[in-house]
Design a protein around this ligand. Structure first.
Ligand code: URA
Length: 206
């Protein structure tokens, strides 16, 4: 399904279920984040995508006042988008990208338990609407959401099964940036390897 550009620069999918979801996200005041004036940044991409990437929470630049798109507009997002576009050249036309929490926590701090809990129904909604076959959890917050408790150094080499989906865990790209260029190349190599595994798995499943 194609991506369209909306009125205020939003890019979204025309599916009515997805519009309902966006409206519910927009109306949400369930936790302190919205109450303190933080804006939301919902997920973006192809409904029916086979692969869904889940990060932690939008950063400051993903705030709709600036961009309003998940993982767009800073160096860590560039790294992730590099990793995605190298392997899935149609980008948002073939994958879906979202976060556990839809609002930017103040000062880019980690989302708190109650914030994660109140956003959880939205991620479930997205999982239902997109119905991916493969989920890639980026960083500890997302890994925990999907029930992975192992350290990421171990988890990043494993394949998990989650509700019938193949689940991968990778470090959050912001974490990788701390370790310089070599770590970024290694991250891209890990994504290439993961893509091969995903392709093999999808072939077996189709
Ligand atoms: N931007 C996002 O959308 N998610 C993150 O986890 C970090 C930056």
């Amino acid at each position: 399904m194609s991506i369209v550009h909306g009125l205020d620069g939003w890019i979204f999918n025309k599916d009515p279920l997805f519009f309902d979801h966006l409206n519910r996200v927009e109306a949400c005041h369930n936790c302190g984040l919205r109450q303190t004036g933080q804006h939301q940044c919902p997920g973006l991409g192809c409904l029916g995508a086979k692969v869904m990437f889940v990060g932690e929470a939008p950063g400051r630049v993903e705030n709709p006042d600036l961009r309003g798109l998940p993982f767009v507009g800073n160096k860590s997002s560039d790294l992730l988008l590099d990793a995605i576009y190298t392997n899935w050249p149609k980008g948002y036309d073939e994958v879906y990208v979202t976060n556990v929490v839809k609002c930017n926590p103040p000062m880019n701090r980690k989302p708190e338990e109650d914030e994660i809990k109140s956003c959880t129904p939205f991620l479930w909604e997205e999982l239902r609407i997109v119905n991916p076959w493969v989920v890639v959890a980026l960083g500890r917050t997302a890994a925990n959401w999907f029930g992975v408790r192992e350290g990421l150094n171990t988890a990043k080499w494993k394949e998990y099964s989650w509700n019938g989906c193949l689940l991968f865990v990778k470090f959050h790209p912001a974490f990788i940036l701390r370790f310089g260029y070599k770590a970024q190349l290694q991250y891209l190599a890990e994504f290439r390897l993961m893509k091969k595994e995903i392709d093999m798995w999808l072939k077996r499943k189709e």
